[in-house]
Design a binder for this molecule. Sequence first.
Ligand SMILES: [Zn+2]
Length: 536
Amino acid sequence: MADLVLFGDVLTMDESLPQATAVAVADGRILAVGSDADVAPHIGPATVVHDVGDGCILPGFIEAHGHPLNEAVVLGEPVVDIRPVTIADADGVLAAIERAVAECGPEGALLNGWDPLLQKGLPEPTLQWLDGISPAAPLVILHNSGHAAYFNSAAAVAAGITRDTPDPEGAKFGRDDAGELDGVAYEMAAVLAVAGRVLSLDPAGFPALLAAECARMNAAGVTTVSEMAFDPAMRPALAAAVEAGVLTTRLRLYEMSDVSRASDVEPGAGDDLVRQVGIKIWSDGSPWIGNIALSFPYLDTPATRALGMACSHGHANYTGKQIREISTPYFDRGWQIACHAHGDEAITMVLDAWEKMLGDDPRPDHRLRLEHVGAMRPDQFARAAALGVTCSLFVDHLYYWGDVLVDDLFGSDHGGHWAAAGSALAAGHRISFHNDGPVTPTNPIRNIADAVTRRSRSGHVLAPDERIPVQAALRAQTVDAAWQLFSEDSIGTLVPGSHADLVVLSANPLTVEPDELENLEVRATVFAGRAVFGSL
Ligand SMILES: [Zn+2]
């Protein structure tokens, strides 16, 4: 007998039975899906029965590229949230920085979310400026992208970084002409060297932080999220959180590449709740900082001039040879690899490297991943598809930075075609979408609306030919995201035997007007058969 039966519109995301009117759950799994008559025999005296009315039942959403373990810390105490989604303007950001410095103790202040392209009017965060604000206590400000950190002299001392500190592989510390640190850390390894002291996971406090993070995920309808910057040092804190029973989302872990360490576990280690599925590499950086590798230049505009990237083609973090040297040892051991790549030059470099690697070591169904792919071209989507390389698109860029992409950075052609989901589908890809939290708030409904409408915050539609159908957008947050995480046998569709992870939306996304998609609400989220958000 079923523990729970829900009646209403059901979008199963399973092609053999796409739509149904009832779903039955038992012991945390889907027991039956079909018509009311199909499911009725599973209703017993102890079965809880709900009719969702005009709501719509779907598989729980899957965030294929997130950072929940990092976000749990970054959105908790003592980190101060200055993201553009929290503080819209420069004056508010500057006031928050001054307040944080005034209130912090000798351990200093850490703020996350600096973005001068959206918070227009922010000053250049020079070392002199940072030291002026906080002469004694460490001050670190993380760029909203996570790809840079600005730190004062006291923070350098606290982190043990000096002019003699070598640049980590694939990352660097900014230096002046005399070789002195200039207070900027670029890319993950350098950012973590500066901020890792505060961002490291403490097993004692972490379960509560992760519980709050899971609540944020569940409120957005998310029941599985990947951590794309997993560090094995996080294991004790994660184990403490699992032990405490706070996890109400499944986690799929991608370990930050470190060839000297390789990975100390085997691919797929873990269980359906927490599983390590891949390795993460960053081939280039952030379009908002200027360190992505492009075949075309940034425009010459006041915004690009202020950030020192006018007419620049940007650059990659590695050479193609290095990408191959990092990828191959992991790939040979059976790991899936996910590579951050925004610029089209970076994408070519990674595809070249992986084509050689696959030539030496062919493997069917490897699902090598490219992440974000902002400037990926139609011919590159076709080439990736032919290699079996899959793509996760950051379509929420279109909403928050759509106007910046076109007006400030790249113009209507390159900027307008950013995150070209239509071209990806035309090339035959199974794609996923993501918010890369905390870069933008995890919000699959917004991503679906972004991909269907390609509308920016100001209402401009970017490259309408790249818009995709609602059904395809839903797949990118459910079944195809599950597939990218090698988890399609247990999540992402509502079929008998799969985990009873599901979301109840306020209406059927296939029947609302495209412009109304963004107004859909998550009424309830069910995780392993248990309501973890809202009410059924
Ligand atoms: Zn990321």
